[in-house]
Design a protein around this ligand. Structure first.
Ligand code: ATP
Length: 403
């Protein structure tokens, strides 16, 4: 449909970027990026009409998103603007798709696939991407790439570790060169944080973080973020716990960066955390929440030390963990050396936190109790009893509430 529409409108249309890369690597990818050698917005509007979707257009950037039920399609106009390519711009006239691909980060992300009928499926590879895929190499397209955009350093590492590729020799030299020019210190915290979030959402974030440490990037972001052996150990545990939780398909989902950032900032004193969060441009609210989470964890670690599976009750464990956001609970699980605590936390996550009771405020009212703060105390008592297996039925719970 997308190709035929292009043909109708008289424009060449290409699938580009990660979508094409992932086809060649036989990996799933659900974000389709299209580039039109024509008016992307007009094209997107007609595509949406044909497929029954909505369009969000960015007139300024000549791009649009077609939003379908189960997919989104980004559509861009192949760009010709001169000023966007200060680096090594060839003086010869180039087709606009070539120019569009030239501004991209790595050869493997600079592939296009024709989708117009007649040429459907033809690969457009100006920069040797297919060869790089065979060689498992991450290569930039020109030598000023990292100077233009230092976040590409983090992207290079992310793709290298995700696909188990190698950053090419020349590209690695360019990275080291960019780092020695201290380009990272000029990079905004917002952009660094965005890339860190993407890294932490990878299958194996620690592999990326280790590579960053090896290249001196952690300290370049902030000296307090040096990846010590202790932190590596904790991040490894966090990875295991995160994978365990992921396989349970429970709600809510983990926000990976919240989990891993706890490990990355381990050992940083409370009054120094602000240095890191302001480097990463946290808002006041984000910073407050992060500090609160760390405090809650510290407090819970103390309380968990005296929790014994046999003598203490599950309801007590539940009460310790209930106020803590999921990422904090998983962090506690990863940090607990004692097997019984890990087991308890696992029970909490899989079962206890969802326990609900069968009596309500209405029941208490019907018993003749005046509404007030006593209600919640009673309901908590009933909940704890149920968690501890002492009040499974509604009758038991009503009896307990009356006492
Ligand atoms: P992922 O699988 O992580 O989503 P992706 O390649 O689809 O990878 P996006 O961040 O969605 O990544 O970017 C889409 C495309 O835009 C990339 O394939 C690349 O061609 C280009 N791109 C993205 N970020 C940059 C950048 N910083 N510099 C140059 N090109 C970029």
């Amino acid at each position: 449909v997308a190709g035929e529409l292009g043909q109708d409108m008289g424009w060449e249309v290409y699938a580009v970027g990660g979508f094409v890369r992932d086809i060649l690597l036989a990996r799933p990818n659900f974000d389709l990026d299209l580039v039109v050698e024509g008016d992307a917005i007009a094209y997107a509007r007609r595509l949406a009409r044909q497929l029954g979707g909505r369009v969000k257009a960015h007139v300024k950037f000549k791009t649009a998103v077609v939003i379908l039920d189960d997919q989104r399609v980004d559509v861009a106009t192949a760009r010709l603007e001169y000023y966007e390519y200060p680096a090594a711009l060839p003086t010869v006239e180039l087709s606009s798709i070539k120019m569009d691909l030239y501004r991209r980060d790595f050869t493997i992300n600079a592939l296009a696939l024709r989708i117009n009928p007649g040429r459907f499926g033809q690969l457009v590879d100006f920069f040797g991407a297919e060869q790089d895929m065979k060689n498992k190499a991450i290569r930039v397209l020109h030598s000023l790439s990292f100077v233009e955009d230092p976040t590409r350093i983090l992207r290079a590492i992310r793709f290298e570790r995700r696909f188990e590729f190698q950053i090419g020799g020349q590209t690695l030299r360019l990275i080291k060169n960019a780092l020695s020019l201290d380009l990272f210190s000029k990079l905004s915290g917002t952009r660094i944080m965005h890339e860190l979030q993407l890294i932490m959402a990878e299958e194996n974030p620690l592999a990326c973080l280790n590579r960053m440490q090896e290249l001196g990037i952690m300290e370049a972001i902030h000296p307090l973020l040096k990846l010590s052996a202790d932190r590596v150990q904790v991040l490894m545990e966090l990875g295991k716990v995160n994978n365990w939780y992921k396989l349970l398909y429970l709600e809510p989902r983990v926000v990976p960066w919240k989990l891993y950032l706890l490990g990355l900032t381990m050992g940083i004193k409370r009054d120094q955390i602000g240095q890191v969060t302001s480097r990463l441009r946290f808002t006041t609210k984000e910073e407050r929440e992060f500090l609160q989470l760390r405090d809650m964890i510290g407090d819970a670690l103390m309380r968990l030390m005296s929790w014994r599976e046999d003598k203490s009750r599950l309801s007590r464990l539940s009460a310790i963990l209930r106020p803590i956001p999921l990422e904090g609970v998983l962090f506690l699980m990863a940090r607990s050396r004692k097997e019984h605590i890990r087991r308890g936390i696992s029970q909490y996550l899989t079962r206890l936190r969802d326990v609900t009771i069968d009596v309500s405020g209405t029941d208490l009212q019907e018993m003749g109790l005046a509404p007030g703060p006593a209600y919640s105390a009673i309901l908590v008592r009933v909940l704890e009893a149920k968690i501890d297996g002492r009040a499974q039925t509604r009758e038991d719970q009503l009896r307990l509430a009356k006492r």
